[in-house]
Design a protein around this ligand. Sequence first.
Ligand SMILES: Cc1cc2nc3c(=O)[nH]c(=O)nc-3n(C[C@H](O)[C@H](O)[C@H](O)COP(=O)(O)O)c2cc1C
Length: 313
Amino acid sequence: MKNITELLNIKYPIIQGAMANVSTYELVSAVSNAGGLGVIASSGNDANWVREQIRKTKELTDKPFGVNVLMMSPHAKDIARVVIEEKVPVVTTGAGNPGPYIKDWKEAGIIVIPVIPSSALARRMERAGADAVIAEGMEAGGHIGKMTTMTLVPQVCERVNIPVIAAGGIASSKGILAAFALGAKGVQSGTLFLATKECPIHENYKKMVVKAKDTDTVITGSDQAPVRIIRNRMAVEYLRLVNEGASFEELEKITLGSLHKAVKEGNMDEGSFMAGQISGLIKEVKPVSELIEELFKELKKDMKELKILWKLQ
Ligand SMILES: Cc1cc2nc3c(=O)[nH]c(=O)nc-3n(C[C@H](O)[C@H](O)[C@H](O)COP(=O)(O)O)c2cc1C
């Protein structure tokens, strides 16, 4: 089985997870230039917007990068074509079944990596021709599944013969080491990259992540589409309304536009600040290259310490 750095032609086995309204060309090119894989989040945007992001990324880096396609997007079909036309090296997918597109992407030489919340879906993706899967646990920021990274990753590794990339709660060298110990061949982080200089979000968003403690995230959204965000006035109000059995319309009143309020306006009371449980470990905002270099330098140290420990016993 190929390792992730060979498969993706990158220096370090770390993917910057797609982040809706966040991972645009500025962050993506910075991550790819630093030796990881940057991924553009297409979220609900149309194909022209995605094409522009791809071209801007290419102006800033000659390293591999990816595009995340949300299968539920009304623009998914057009974006699926644009990634082929623009010769994007890697596609990650979320929110639905990418099965119908995989054959065309593979024929175009694209590496296809679906994000999956269960081992059954991982198997299905392997059979459909995926090159690897990203197993994402519910510690993660943003839209989440039901399993934890600790339980999902080893079970997916047991059931597929393609490389598994672990996501959800990884923001340190020890987290990466743990992912490898569970059988993963690489990691995907989202929350960690929110606290970087190049991340094009409001400074207040970065402050929220840096200030958050381990228990400061809550799950909002519906049962079918839960979303992990940092607790603030909006989140508390949302959960209160849910408890009181509020209607969809009532809930929508406070959620509509809340992502924009977080990302662009930095409105700490009314914004929806998507971030994961690992926020508590993130203590400062760093340039992307410094962050990645440090992570893997630390990883070497951690591995040495582990070896010493092992010898002592
Ligand atoms: C702000 C934010 C937005 C996200 N948007 C997307 C998205 O559009 N598509 C997707 O597949 N995953 C999305 N994710 C998930 C990330 O790609 C990644 O898998 C996740 O953040 C990993 O867990 P971590 O936050 O604990 O590092 C998002 C995560 C965050 C924090």
